[in-house]
Write a protein that binds this ligand. Sequence first.
Ligand code: ZN
Length: 280
Amino acid sequence: MSGKLIITCALTGAGTTKAQNPNVPVTAAEIAADVVAVAKAGAAVAHIHVRDEAGVNTMDTNIFVGVVEAVREAVKKAGVDVVLNLTTSGSKFSDEWRIGHLPILKPEMCSYDPGTMNWANSFVFLNSPAFLEKLGHASQELEIKPECEIFDGGMIGNVDYYVKKGVLKNPLHYQFVLGVPGGMPGNIDSLAYLLPKIQPGSTWSITGIGRSSMPMMLAGLSAGCDGLRVGLEDNINLSKGVLATNVQLVEQAIGLAKAAGREIATAAEAREILGLKKHI
Ligand code: ZN
């Protein structure tokens, strides 16, 4: 497509700890402040996970509501605009919790992980067929755009299956999340395999985990991506041995995009490119 480029910041994630990088936003106040900061830096989309009081990943609806309310208040107060993309991942939680925040919070986007894999050889990243059907239908009813996060080769075919079945509806948006051990590696071969298989008329973005962040951004720009995703969920370093902030990662991505001749989409432009519906 190669219009304006959408920068997504994945601020927190499920696994990154403050011990690894103290800049990871964990509390509602920290996440809200970081969303404002990355929006000011040029991110059009903020991808959000939440943590419990111990800093551990949770899909507790009450915590999600608290965080998103804090984010919306901070964004309003700062006079910035950003699209919220809420996660639905969380293998150890019930389907109800993984979907329950969506009708209450009505974000413009949510994640949709179309398959199961062994995550970094440590746990089962579980997305059952029943869950994927429920989530797909819920996203259509609520008019929340699902972001199809592709971690592994089989997931690209599953998207086609769910489109055929009416669980997902075109035009779709894909996020290639490459370099998770157990999924496809963060290299150009993975992108070359996946890219020709997306649904016609779709948009796509890319992120590489850890060391593959930079190469995947460069590969994405070379292949004409619609978006780049960065953030401490995916990568804690600005360069080798230098811990990053979310803002620095956004600024780095914008620098690369501009060097590649791409203009950066505002949140309003991202809504147009992705066909989003603003509910709140
Ligand atoms: Zn995520």
